[in-house]
Structures are given as structure tokens and as C-alpha cells.
Design a protein around this ligand. Structure first.
Ligand SMILES: Nc1ncnc2c1ncn2[C@@H]1O[C@H](COP(=O)(O)OP(=O)(O)O)[C@@H](O)[C@H]1O
Ligand SMILES: [Mg+2]
Length: 528
């Protein structure tokens, strides 16, 4: 991955692109790769000078000596130096982005200077390279600036970092290093998604705090990832506590999801399977879509990131693009993970509509392209209650693996859902006439069935006996008017659309109970 970065950057430099920006907080790593590129260029007979600008030192050359007798710390002076420089060179600007904010004093002057510089730079084999953790391009310069992403380290690079940390720990006789091949693999995997320096920090923290390194340090590295997510603001790290055994019905969907989980392994890659992309769950409210999103993550033992699309588009639209990029890159940083976009249609309201200046459409386009091209194992679970508000291009194959329709539960699924919610409240299902309750709750959603149980518990609690009986359940079932009755035509329309466009999350006549996880484990051990 880093090689592609060096190649791409080399092509832009040779083509004399005037301004390139690398969005990354990994200064050291970027510098190493730039140095590697310059060495390659030199070997090929195309040497090029390197100057590095920082706010504290101004411009210095590759050997850290001031580029000029003049003070080049003010950015406009550094730019003037670059403009007047006669040879082929690369000017690496490290702390430049704060000056380009249109609210910063002097931004207008700098932008003017840059605009004048651009035509001079073209064809002169000189390039300005901005390295910054934020993408900040003034609109006047949009078309002259090329963005290059610095990819995260490849597996081999993380492995090096882990081996270095092990060597360092071993150098201390008091430290205990218990690392076999499996432990190294596990830690390398946990590091994936961190920047190199983040991975180094996390490992050294583990070494120092525990006086050694062992397989259990995976946890502290995962904690480090959680920190990164918190900082982004648009993503929420959700502790996933649900699992498939807490979801009644939806057998097809659960089976499909189990199968996809197998698709994340290296074995699956070797077999020729692509990384699973994601799934859209469309359906009647309260039937378990959000529940499934949460359950997938905990079943797969992967972090669950809830993506608040509404917040991407909220506030200043100009920043939406940056927010979207950052959120997606954080998700990639945390991969393998599940990215959950709940009630997607709400977050996308307004896109392409009258009030959209084009920014929202473009930002949404960024998401679509990412969904199609992503190479990191980020599994998207999107849910929607209303398809009319979903842009049709989202549902195109290639972006998601499948669209499932989550319908109202049929009789066997209702029995299962009632059992789940009774057992969750320490009531044994055998004590109740479940078939009778199932018969009176035709058209109830999972959420409404839960309401039946909770209401009945209240009734029972205020009764003299304080004991839950079937009649309490039947009583509350009669009281509750399900949404499917008040919104019958909406649901029917959704069902018709789903018949053509979706796979069914449940089919009638499917086995009432999934094999429990112990049975599944045994089956897997026997490879059946
Ligand atoms: N299939 C189901 N099995 C068990 N509980 C369910 C099911 N569907 C819904 N529920 C209950 O209803 C609540 C709301 O369901 P949710 O998944 O949020 O619905 P939605 O499809 O609108 O996202 C869940 O937290 C759960 O308690
Ligand atoms: Mg929901």
C-alpha cells in the first residue's frame, strides 16, 4: 500500500503538479516515504532538492540547515522563497493548513500568492506538498490542489512494529515477553487500523505498564482504537450486547449473516471470496432491524460504530465533506468493524431536493464511492423504514451485498419473540398459553410484542396476587393497536416493493429455533 503511495506521488511530481496535499497525521511516516521517493528519483537520474517548512523553523533543507539567510518562518516569505527558487525542488509544508482557513488573518494574501505561483510552478518541476491532518483547501485553489491519501500501514509494517516492541521489552531483563506466533498474529491484527505511531504508543504503553508483552495486551490496543473513535464526534462506539439468540424469527437473515462472517477470514480471501461489504435492512418499524445491526457486531466480535449521517450534514455544509471523509477513515482505522447507519433515510433527507446546493449530493456521492471501492473490512449495516426517501443509487448492487426485507413476524416468530421477552424478565414460557397469545397478536411487531409483555407485567404487579398470568398477556394484547392496523396501506406498499427488490429476512415454515451456539460450535468442529 505504501508502495502505491510512493508511485502515485512520483507520478504527480514528475508531471509537475503545482500543489499536492497529503491528509495524514503521520508526519514521520510520510517523510520516510517521501525520502524513499526522492532516493528513487535520484537513482533514476532525476535528483530533486527537498525543503521542509515548519512554523517553528521556517524552511530548512534535507540536512536540516536553514534554506535562506532570511527568516522564512512567516508563510508568505517561505512561499516567496519557493517562487524564486530556480531549481527542481519539493517544498514540504508541515503546519500550513491553519493559515488557509478563510477566518485566519492574512489568508487572503497567501491565497493570492499561491494563485500567482501556480502557473509558474506548472512545468517547472517544483511542487508544494502540504502535509496536514485536516483537509483544508480554499475554494479559490480547489482545482489546483491534488489530494493524495497516505494509506495506513500494511500488515508487514505492523509486524515490524510489534517485533521492535518485543525486542525492546526483551532488552529489559525484568520484563516478561510471552509471545508465540499466535500471540503476534493477534496483536498485529488488533493494531490494524491504527497509524504506525499510534500502534507504537499502544504497544509501548503495554510494555511499560505490564513490564512485558503477551497475548492479553490485545485488549489495551483495542481500547486505544476506541479512543480514536470517540474523538471523531460523528461516530459512536456502541457496546454491542445483543446477540442472535435475542432475536425472534428472521432465520434467513441470521443464516446469511453467519455465512458472511466466515467471509472475513484469510482462508476466505485465499478461496477467492471478496470481503463482505454490507447489508441494507428495510422494513416495518419495530421488527428488529436495529436489533440485528447490534447483534451482528457482537456475534462477530467486532466493534460496532454507529454512524450519525444527520450530523455529517448538520451545521456548516462546507465542512460536511471533511466530516464524511474523517468518519470513513476512522471506520477504516478501526476495521475490521461493523459500521451501522440507522434509519438512513432520515440522515439523507434533503439530498437532491430543492434546498440542496449540491454539497449534500456530492458528500453522499463520497459515501457511495467509498462503499463501492473500500478495501478495508468495514461491514456496513444500514437500516431504513421508508424506501421512498432512499436514493435509488444506494440500492445498486456492488455497494451492498444484499437488501433484506424485515416483515412483521409470523406466528412461529411471534412465539419466539414472546419467549425471548418473557425469559428476559425471568418468566418461564411453559407457564403461559403462548399459542393463545400468538393467535391474538397477528400483525404485531417485535416491539409491540415486547410492549404486550411489559404491559401485562404492570397489570400483574397491581393485581392482588402479583403474579403474571396468561390473561394479563391476552388483556394487554387486546388493548394495543398495532401500527400494522393503523398504517396498513403503507405497509402493504412497502411489502410490494420488497417483493421485487429484496430478499426476505424470514420465510414462513422455517425452523422455529436456530441451533444453539454450542450445537453450532460442535457442528463447526466436525466441519459439517
Ligand atoms: N425479532 C425480534 N426479536 C426480539 N425482539 C424484538 C424483535 N423485533 C423487535 N424487538 C424488540 O423491539 C425493540 C425495537 O426493535 P428495533 O430493532 O429497534 O426495531 P426497528 O426494526 O424499528 O429497528 C427491540 O429492542 C426489541 O426489544
Ligand atoms: Mg430501528
Amino acid at each position: 500500500m505504501a508502495t502505491t503511495f510512493v508511485n502515485d506521488l512520483g507520478i504527480y511530481l514528475r508531471a509537475s503538479y503545482p500543489i499536492i496535499t497529503i491528509v495524514s497525521s503521520e508526519e514521520d511516516r510520510a517523510r520516510e516515504l517521501i525520502d524513499e521517493l526522492l532516493r528513487q528519483e535520484e537513482t533514476a537520474g532525476r535528483p530533486r532538492k527537498l525543503f521542509v517548512w515548519t512554523i517553528s523553523r521556517g524552511l530548512v533543507d534535507a540536512r536540516d540547515r536553514p534554506a535562506s539567510k532570511e527568516d522564512t518562518r512567516p508563510p508568505e516569505r517561505a512561499l516567496a522563497f519557493a517562487a524564486g527558487y530556480g531549481e527542481e525542488a519539493l517544498f514540504l509544508f508541515k503546519d500550513f493548513h491553519p493559515y488557509l482557513k478563510d477566518t485566519s488573518p492574512g489568508a487572503a494574501l497567501l491565497i493570492r500568492q499561491l494563485r500567482d505561483l501556480v502557473p509558474e510552478m506548472k512545468g517547472s518541476r517544483r511542487t508544494l506538498l502540504w502535509l496536514s491532518p485536516l483537509l483544508q483547501i480554499p475554494p479559490e485553489l480547489q482545482k489546483d490542489v491534488t489530494v493524495v491519501d497516505l494509506p495506513l500501514p500494511a500488515e508487514s509494517e505492523y509486524r515490524q512494529v510489534v517485533e521492535q516492541a518485543m525486542a525492546q521489552a526483551r532488552a529489559n531483563p525484568a520484563a516478561i515477553v510471552e509471545m508465540d506466533e499466535d500471540a503476534i498474529d493477534a496483536i498485529v491484527k488488533a493494531c490494524q487500523g491504527l497509524t504506525r505511531s499510534e500502534a507504537e504508543n499502544a504497544l509501548y504503553k503495554a510494555v511499560v505498564s505490564r513490564h512485558g508483552l503477551a497475548a492479553q495486551d490485545v485488549q489495551s490496543i483495542l481500547d486505544e482504537k476506541e479512543q480514536i473513535i470517540r474523538k471523531s464526534g460523528i461516530l459512536e462506539y456502541t457496546a454491542a450486547v445483543e446477540n442472535f439468540s435475542g432475536i425472534g424469527g428472521l432465520g434467513q437473515l441470521k443464516r446469511w449473516l453467519r455465512q458472511r462472517n466466515e467471509g472475513f477470514s484469510q482462508k476466505a480471501r485465499d478461496f477467492g471470496l471478496p470481503n463482505p461489504r454490507g447489508v441494507m435492512l428495510v422494513g416495518v418499524p419495530g421488527c428488529g432491524k436495529s436489533l440485528c445491526a447490534k447483534a451482528v457486531a457482537s456475534e462477530w466480535q467486532k466493534p460496532l460504530l454507529k454512524f450519525d449521517l444527520g450530523r455529517v450534514f448538520a451545521g456548516l455544509v462546507g465542512e460536511s465533506e471533511e466530516r464524511m471523509r474523517r468518519a470513513l477513515s476512522v471506520a477504516e482505522n478501526v476495521a475490521p468493524c461493523v459500521l451501522w447507519i440507522d434509519e438512513m433515510e432520515k440522515g439523507l433527507a434533503g439530498i437532491g431536493g430543492a434546498g440542496d446546493s449540491g454539497v449534500a449530493t456530492r458528500v453522499f456521492g463520497t459515501l457511495l464511492t467509498w462503499m463501492e471501492e473500500k478495501t478495508h473490512p468495514v461491514f456496513v449495516v444500514a437500516t431504513a423504514n421508508n424506501i421512498d426517501l432512499l436514493p435509488p443509487e444506494l440500492l445498486r448492487k456492488g455497494r451492498l451485498d444484499e437488501i433484506f426485507f424485515v416483515d412483521l413476524p409470523d406466528a412461529p416468530a411471534r412465539a419466539e419473540i414472546l419467549r425471548i421477552h418473557l425469559e428476559r424478565r425471568q418468566r418461564a414460557t411453559n407457564d403461559y398459553d403462548i399459542p393463545a397469545v400468538v393467535a391474538t397478536t397477528d400483525g404485531f411487531s417485535g416491539a409491540e410484542l415486547e410492549e404486550v409483555v411489559v404491559d401485562a407485567l404492570y397489570e400483574a404487579y397491581s393485581s392482588p396476587e402479583k403474579r403474571l398470568k396468561t390473561e394479563h398477556l391476552l388483556g394487554s394484547a387486546h388493548e394495543i393497536i398495532p401500527l400494522s392496523r393503523s398504517r396498513a396501506s403503507d405497509i402493504e406498499a412497502l411489502r410490494q416493493w420488497a417483493n421485487i427488490n429484496c430478499r426476505m429476512a424470514a420465510v414462513s415454515g422455517e425452523p422455529e429455533h436456530e441451533p444453539d451456539s454450542a450445537t453450532r460450535r460442535r457442528a463447526r468442529a466436525l466441519d459439517i
